[in-house]
Design a protein around this ligand. Structure first.
Ligand code: PHE
Ligand code: ZN
Length: 849
């Protein structure tokens, strides 16, 4: 039974738990439709409690019996939990419940995926396993017994015994219930060993379904690199003798950091050259690192309550970004992260779903696993590090681990550590956690008698529930160049704290050209009216790689906006700038590929909105296609040579260097395809020995309306590989023309290999539909209706993924009356669905505003 009226929960209402848990014993008798869970939990009154009411969360559980100190009790049950009178002293609570993992399509709690049992407890899934105080500030040691005739039975941390049909595990580290995990299945392992900095051997395993064992090696290397890196950079050593990773096909998110037993979406761990792209490899390396890093930032130090989610996620994303930068290229990684932040987080901040990095209220916490909490949360830490400097950051982190190990902590604790370690007052900085919205920093400059002055103004637009905004602390990295492109003032960190503030540089021979917000030093929008010539100059000369790229990006955006709004033709300065970058062998190929990539159509839509222009996705699509063709024509003479230069000899490796060459080679290939009718792409498809080359060639062909034969050959070749088939589904929708996108998605959803219960497959079709801007926003409204139909169906099975995917509609207010009406209609249909989940209800009503 579902709770009829979902409640809004407020940060300000936090109270400490009434009872604490010393330890938990769980016994699972696994059966597909009738699993029994026996619990024995030792409670004691919390001396800090403000109430003595005993309440245990529990949802969709069939209570068989319950006892307190061995005596049968008859507790009061509701749709959300259990309560009963308890002694005013330590006591033992026991319960036996029955659950149905087979029927669990929401993929929260204990569920089944291809015959394997698997759990997902973050954020509030443990309450679907047994009655428990399911909140992160209740931490306990767990002992788990699993009974099943499946061969591999796993739970958190250390194995303590096993026999025919059973296994026992013990986790010595007190943890919140959201970090509990159990897996049972017919699995095979890819084992390895890691010796920690203090000389302890740790047994590592990646567990997969038989047949996937050949796709584990890369993930295992990534794990060992992560373990080493966390020792070298943060001084953090692993704290158990075993570390297990399990791959599961049906999973709502990327992966989960359960203590000692990480569970991964198979797409986030399984890799091979034939089946995975370079981008897949890089993502897997980052996610393995991310989950591993959670062992300290999340598990050893966890969150007091779910409002503090960014405490673990912002920090852990920041750490995985540092790691990827160290493993690959800092410049390239920074650009990738900025692209994601601007495309998704700025968009979130700018619409009805805007919320602070630390939200103040929620109905369904699952709806707050957002780019704002994760990626902006990471940016806030990056700013903190820039402001205090590397050494002080290290001091603060050491103090954080020292002071809070074993705690369920808050953002206040986190900031206090920085204040104590560095002596800085972070009162104003703390606004980054409480104030939603993207600050806009506008720039005016003057030059008088050798003194150059930047006049900066900051302003954050209102967001839902926050009409008034205060000035933020914004680190703004600035360098100055002269007309020859020499750096006359190297990068300097300006600290903006006021609404309006000026910064001067003295003793300059001539008016310099500023390079502002170097390295993307703060997650803000820089409003700086520069001419196309100035942008082209920075694209050619800036010594800061981020700003060099960004100058090209802004130039491209100016060009696209001009084409859509004024029917302008592409600027020669831009095309010449691209030609120079493509030709410049001193630049990293990965970086050159980033410069050659256009902003997304959605970025262009947002740029038009910023200029008070109602965006027409069809016109934007046409402008992008026209510009790509013109770039291809402008670079025509260079393309074959660049393509040949980017060929990688020898066997495939997913390392950054060859991957960068392939990235540029494939960018060039897609341009060549606009001119050669797909000749080169057809050849690349035929000879490709890795998925990166194969998929890029197929995509280039589909984009020019060719590749029918290759598409069906691909489907045939990979029909038994679920992860590759996800690509086959997704690519067709992504590459479909605006007129065909909805029809393509509809046809694919009727394909026998489409499976609404598998989130990866559902996303491959409908995530791609939302991502095909002109197709999704086709004026007929066909795609809106199709997505709404499928979200309505999915909600009955999987509310979490439905709610997440409903964000495709979040930009509805940007568009013309026709599109707005059609999107509102689609949202209204979803909202009106009887029995709609709390997750989707909250999301749709926030989107509608
Ligand atoms: N905590 C996971 C991560 O960030 C994400 C996650 C959240 C997974 C909720 C499942 C459910 O690594
Ligand atoms: Zn995380």
């Amino acid at each position: 039974m579902k709770d009829a009226a979902p409640q809004t929960i407020y940060l300000r209402d936090y109270t400490p738990p009434a009872y604490l848990v010393d330890d938990v014993h769980l016994t699972f008798k696994l059966a597909a439709t009738k699993t029994r869970v026996m619990s024995r939990i030792r409670f004691r009154p919390n001396p800090e409690a403000t109430s003595n009411e005993f309440f245990l969360h529990g949802e969709d559980l069939k209570l068989i019996n319950a006892k307190i100190d061995g005596e049968d009790i008859t507790p009061e049950l509701t749709a959300t939990g259990l309560s009963c009178p308890v002694p005013d002293a330590p006591f033992t609570f026991e319960a036996e419940v029955e659950i149905n993992p087979q029927a669990n399509t929401a993929l929260e709690g204990l569920y089944m995926s291809n015959g394997m049992y698997c759990t997902q407890c973050e954020a509030e899934g443990f309450r679907k396993i047994t009655y428990y105080p399911d909140r992160p500030d209740v931490m306990a040691t767990f002992t788990v017994r699993i009974e099943s005739d499946l061969p591999v039975l796993l739970s958190n941390s250390n194995p303590t015994g096993q026999g025919e049909g059973w296994a026992e595990w013990h986790d010595p580290w007190p943890k919140p219930a959201y970090l509990f995990a159990l897996v049972a299945g017919d699995l095979v392992n890819h084992p390895d060993l890691f010796t920690t900095m203090s000389g302890k051997d740790v047994e590592l395993n990646i567990w997969v379904r038989p047949g996937d064992e050949g796709k584990c090696a890369f993930g295992m290397e990534a794990l060992k690199k992560s373990m080493k890196w966390d020792e070298d950079v943060y001084g953090r050593e692993y704290d158990l003798d075993v570390f297990n990773i399990v791959a599961v096909d049906d999973f709502n998110m990327g992966a989960m950091e359960n203590k000692g037993l990480n569970i991964f979406n198979s797409s986030a761990v399984l890799a091979s050259p034939e089946t995975s792209t370079d981008a897949n490899f890089e993502r897997i390396e980052a996610i393995i690192a991310h989950e591993y890093f959670h062992n300290w930032t999340g598990n050893r130090i966890t969150c007091r309550d779910w409002f503090q989610l960014c405490l673990k996620e912002g920090l852990t994303v920041f750490r995985d970004q540092q790691f990827t930068g160290d493993m690959r290229s800092h410049a390239v990684k920074r650009i990738d992260d900025a692209v994601v932040l601007r495309a998704h987080q700025f968009r979130e901040d700018n619409g009805p779903l805007a919320h602070p990095v630390r939200p103040e209220s929620f109905v369904e916490i699952n709806n707050f696993y957002t780019v704002t909490v994760y990626e902006k949360g990471a940016e806030v830490i990056g700013m903190l590090k820039r402001l205090v400097g590397d050494d002080e950051y290290k001091k603060a982190l050491d103090l954080y681990f020292d002071r809070h190990d074993g705690d369920a902590a808050t953002i206040e604790d986190w900031l206090k550590v920085f204040e104590d370690a560095t002596g800085r007052d972070l009162t104003q900085f703390a606004r980054w956690y409480s104030q939603a919205g993207t600050p806009r920093v506008s720039v005016r400059e003057d030059f008088v008698d050798g003194t150059y002055t930047l006049h900066l103004t900051q302003q954050t637009p209102p967001t839902p529930g926050q009409p008034h905004k205060d000035p933020m602390v914004i680190p703004i990295a600035v360098g100055l160049l002269n007309d020859n492109g020499d750096e006359v003032v190297p990068t300097k960190m300006l600290e903006m704290t006021q609404a309006e503030q000026s910064f001067s540089f003295e003793g300059l021979a001539s008016k310099p050209i500023p390079s502002i917000l170097r390295g993307f030093s703060a997650p803000v929008i820089l409003e700086h009216d520069q001419t196309k010539a100035q942008r082209a100059f920075l694209l050619a000369h800036d010594t800061d790689p981020f700003n060099k790229w960004d100058a090209g990006r802004k130039l491209a955006q100016d060009v696209l906006v001009g084409m859509v709004r004024d029917g302008a033709t592409p600027d020669g300065a831009y095309l010449d700038g691209l030609a120079a970058v493509l030709r410049d062998d001193s630049l990293d190929p990965a970086f050159r590929a980033q410069v050659l990539a256009l902003p997304s159509e959605d970025d262009t839509a947002q740029a038009l909105v910023d200029l008070d222009h109602v965006p027409d996705p069809t016109a934007i699509y046409d402008a992008h296609e026209t510009l790509k063709l013109q770039i291809a024509q402008h670079l025509q003479d260079q393309l074959p040579r660049s393509y040949a230069d980017m060929a990688v000899p020898g066997p495939y490796t997913p390392d950054a260097e060859p991957a960068g060459k392939r990235a540029l080679g494939n960018t060039v290939l897609s341009l060549m395809s606009k001119l050669d009718g797909g000749r080169q792409a057809t050849q690349q498809y035929a000879t490709a020995d890795n998925m990166t080359q194969q998929l890029a060639a197929l995509g280039a062909l589909l984009k020019i309306g060719k590749g029918k034969a290759e598409l069906s050959a691909f489907g045939e070749q990979w029909q038994n590989d679920r992860l590759v088939m996800d690509k086959w589904f997704g690519l067709q929708v992504a590459c479909a023309s605006p007129d065909q996108a909805a029809a393509t998605a509809e046809t694919l959803a009727a394909h026998p290999a489409f499976d609404i219960r598998n989130p990866n497959r559902f996303r491959s079709v409908f995530g791609a539909l939302g991502g095909n801007a002109a197709g999704f926003h086709h004026p007929s409204g066909k795609a809106y209706d199709l997505l709404a139909d499928w979200l309505i169906k999915l909600d009955e099975l999987n509310p979490q993924t439905t709610a997440r995917m409903s964000t495709a509609f979040s930009t509805w207010k940007r568009y013309d009356d026709n599109r707005q009406a059609k999107m509102r209609h689609a949202l209204g249909r979803i909202a009106a669905k009887p029995g709609l989940s709390a997750d989707t209800t909250e999301m749709v009503s926030r989107i509608l505003g």
